[in-house]
Design a protein around this ligand. Structure first.
Ligand code: NAD
Length: 468
């Protein structure tokens, strides 16, 4: 039993309140979500934009598109569907259970913990919160310590809309997170790195708490020789440098047919000039690396590549006072280069060539299963071959990143890139227990099989096995 923990009292208040929250109607839940939507979309909108500019110079349009819009659209989607998701789902009854009926009811898990990263602070904290509220849970939120301006605004919003025994936001770093993880939550929804995901899962195992782990890793992009190169370049340059490459579903590295590599690089150079008409250092449309620690980590990757005689095809220039790194494309990397070993999570794009598709697929399969795998090709047989012979949490064909924003698709990884799914119904499901209910209406056929066991009853069992 846990007796001393700085968050035990808060946890217990939520635990005592869980049935009141859990028994709310869909209308009551939607009222809360409407208030959250109004805060994000209207009352706090300018302050959210300001906070993200302070945190990592995120352009206003990107804030609206990748922080505000996903929360608002998730709430709209939930509002349109929650009534039917909350209804009991009747299921069939086999003949052997004649006289009964059965259904599945989605009940709240109870007291939930949501731990989020810094790269989309609002989206990745409030997004899962929408699902948790829809499912009728009480929630403690622990956003990242790296984007403090954003966390402060989120704390204000939460305090304004919810009581603490319903939803509370706790600010703090690793120690805070560790203390929270000691508590017997009913579900933990964690978004972050695979390394910390393992820590979360170990802590959850102590209480057999269920987990959703939204993790990261290296997401490959395959470009075959049939691909429309200018189309691929536009999509990849956008997906890679959005949020300065600090996206879990960013294309981490390129695997390109060796015959089209040079053409791809030359198109890429042209495209960057179109996107950032001023130099990227002066462009208001290019955000920054989140802090000095991550800046150093990324610059070390570039230095490591140089030591391995890699070719800096584009960019490579950086400025520490601004946490600025030019959009950088690097080729000719040996396998041991750190850029091919670690998740990059920044504006550096390594390019690797392949001779045939089997080689590209074998390379991907020699690594952990990715969160996203992208394919640029006009040839259906190539696309099918890649999908059938690889494993990944999500895939986009002739595009990237956008698979994240379709509420009808489950979002999440597989093994090292994650466990469980989120968004839309899948998010609601992650925060719900599918309770199985069987109701007996009449005496029922099974009573014929109660002891004492006679020869006649044995015959009945034989008959049941054979026919039902
Ligand atoms: P992180 O794992 O370092 O931190 C995430 C959260 O965990 C933070 O709130 C942090 O305070 C907490 N934390 C850190 N160390 C901890 C520890 N030892 N014990 C307990 N809690 C701890 O991740 P990050 O740097 O904030 O984010 C980047 C990572 O997140 C990347 O790997 C990226 O791919 C992944 N990510 C995944 C998704 C997704 O939806 N799958 C989305 C965004 C980011």
């Amino acid at each position: 039993m846990i007796l001393e923990n700085p968050y035990l009292e808060l946890f217990n208040r939520q635990k005592n309140n869980q049935f009141k929250v859990g028994n709310t109607t869909y209308k009551e839940r939607l009222k809360k979500l409407k208030a959250l939507r109004y805060a994000v979309e209207v009352t706090y909108k300018d302050r959210i934009r300001e906070a993200l500019y302070k945190d990592f110079k995120k352009p206003q349009l990107e804030v609206d598109l990748t922080e505000i819009y996903p929360i608002v659209s998730e709430i709209k989607f939930v509002s349109a569907n929650l009534k039917s998701w909350m209804k009991r789902q009747k299921v069939e009854t086999p003949m052997a259970l004649l006289g009964s009926s059965s259904w599945v009811t989605y009940e709240p898990k109870g007291v939930c913990l949501i731990v989020s990263p810094w790269n989309f602070p609002f989206n990745l904290t409030f997004g899962p919160l929408v699902s948790a509220i829809a499912a009728g849970n009480t929630v403690i939120l622990k956003p990242s310590e790296m984007t403090l301006n954003s966390s402060r605004i989120m704390a204000e919003i939460v305090q304004e809309i919810f009581t603490e025994d319903e939803v509370a936001l706790v600010e703090g770093a690793v120690e805070t997170s560790k203390a929270l993880l000691q508590l017997p939550f009913n579900h933990i929804f964690f978004t972050g790195s695979p390394a910390v995901g393992k820590i979360v899962m170990k802590a959850a195992a102590e209480h057999l708490t269920s987990v959703t782990l939204e993790l990261g890793g290296k997401s490959p992009t395959i470009i075959d020789k049939t691909a429309n190169l200018s189309h691929a370049v536009r999509k990849i340059a956008w997906g890679k440098f959005l949020n300065n490459g600090q996206i879990c579903v960013s294309p981490d590295y390129i695997l390109i047919d060796e015959t089209v590599k040079e053409a791809f690089i030359s198109e890429f150079k042209k495209q960057l000039k179109v996107f950032y008409t001023k130099s990227t250092n002066h462009s208001a449309d290019y955000s920054r690396v989140v802090n000095n620690r991550h800046f150093d980590r990324l610059v070390n990757h570039i230095e490591n590549a140089k030591q391995h005689n890699a070719i800096i095809e584009i960019g490579g220039v950086s400025n520490k006072t601004e946490n600025f790194i030019e959009p950088t494309v690097i080729s000719n990397l040996p396998e041991k280069a750190s850029l091919l070993q670690e998740e990059i999570f920044g504006p550096i794009l390594p390019i690797k060539t392949y001779g045939n598709l089997e080689e590209a697929v074998a390379y991907i399969n020699s690594k952990e299963k990715p969160l996203a795998l992208y394919i640029y090709s006009k040839r259906k047989s190539n696309i099918n071959y890649i999908i059938k012979n690889t494993r990944a949490g999500t895939t986009a064909i002739n595009n990237n990143v956008l698979q994240y924003s379709n509420h009808h698709l489950p979002f999440g990884g597989s093994n090292n890139s994650g466990i469980g799914k989120s968004h839309g119904f899948y998010g609601f499901e992650a925060f719900s227990n599918r309770r199985a209910v069987l109701k007996q209406h009449t005496k029922g056929a099974t009573e014929f099989l109660f002891p004492p066991y006679t020869t006649m009853k044995q015959k009945l069992v034989d008959w049941t096995i054979k026919w039902f």
